[in-house]
Structures are given as structure tokens and as C-alpha cells.
Design a protein around this ligand. Sequence first.
Ligand SMILES: [Zn+2]
Length: 242
Amino acid sequence: MECVKTRAIVARRANYAESNCMLTLFAEGMGTVSACVYGVNSKKSRMKTASQPLCFAEFVLIKSKGDIYRAESAEIIETFYPISEDLTKLALANYFLDVTGDAFSAEDASPLILLLNTLYALSYKDVDINLAKAVFELKMMQYSGYEPNLETCIKCGKDDGISAFSVLGGAVCDSCKTPAMLPLSKDVSEAMKYILNSDTKRLFSFKIADSAVKSFAGICENYILSKSDKRYKSLEYYKKLI
Ligand SMILES: [Zn+2]
């Protein structure tokens, strides 16, 4: 029997039969894997907490049928418990899980590390929820190969008079902008550059004027939705709550 030890976060959980569940895990070095847990509802189960969505733990997985594993045991690292107490944060975390699932692979753990750092900030730091969302979206776009160009106009190459953002990939100058583009202020542009140049640990230690958060968040959301070309039901649900 193939047995592996891996650090993973529970992205989804589906109950089946009386007391079993199937977990979707984002696992370091493995990518997205399915793992079943038997007898999870029994009083004796040691997998109860570790089988909850958002739980990050070191799992011992045993290869079962095909690509499916059986989760044998788990040592909990972090439950992000404060998120489960707040409906809005929980909805946002579900959107983060969907986005991470699209970007995460066995070869590259960066999306998972970004997810964990963002969930940590949502749980324990006093960050604006919309700002956390924007930071996560922009950094994930960078990891997915869509880093926007903010230094020069993406249409004509000039580096002065930058005043708009195009979802095609970056900054646009006064002469080239169209009414469909979002305005890009200096504050927002500087914040975006900070995110793109920071490692994940320092992502949330920056300041931006409250008045600029809305514009920053609008750009990041429009950008990720245009590049991923899909609807996230989890995002739509989150937006109903705020
Ligand atoms: Zn231009």
C-alpha cells in the first residue's frame, strides 16, 4: 500500500453513506487530490476536525482505488476557525478556494501558500475584507502568468500620463484610453506594484487610502474575471452578502 504524508488544506467535503465523507484536498507536492474518510461521524473518530473545510493539516494518505486516497490520520496545523464564525468571510474563503483550485498544481505550491497567507490575514489580522480579496486576486493572476504591466502604456509604450487600466494586461495612457477602461490612480498603481513585488509573507503589510480601496478592488476583480473567463458562483454569493 502506497502511503504518503502531505500538508494539505481541505477545499471541499461531501458526505456519503452514513458516516463517510470525501475530501478534496489541495496537497503540497501532489496537487488536488480526493481522499475519503471512513466513520468520520463516529464519536471515536480522530479525523473529525481535520475533515472540516479550511482545515490545514499534515495528512497521512493511503492509496486506495485509482486516484482516490484514504485519509488515515491527520495532525492539525491551523483550522482558520475565526473564518467559520463569520458568514461573509466564509463566503469569501470559498471563492478563494475556487480560484486556488484553478491555479494550483503538484509542481507549484505558490497558489497554496498565497491561499494560506490570505486565510491567516482574514482570521487574525485587522485587514479590510475587500482589500484582502484584491491582494489575493492580483497575486494569483501573477502566479497564473498574467502579471499586468504597470510601468508603461500597453498600447503605445509611453511611461507618462498613465491614467487607466485595461483588462488586456495593464496600464494605459491618457491618449490611448477608452471609456470602457477603469481609472488607474497613482495610489492604486503603487499598491499594485507593491503586491507584485512582495513575497506572500509581506503582502498585507501595506497601507492604501480608504478612498482608493474601492477602485483597487474593482480593477483586481475585473482583471481576474476577464482572464479566467468564467463565472464563480462563490463570488456571486459573497457579493450578495456585502
Ligand atoms: Zn498610450
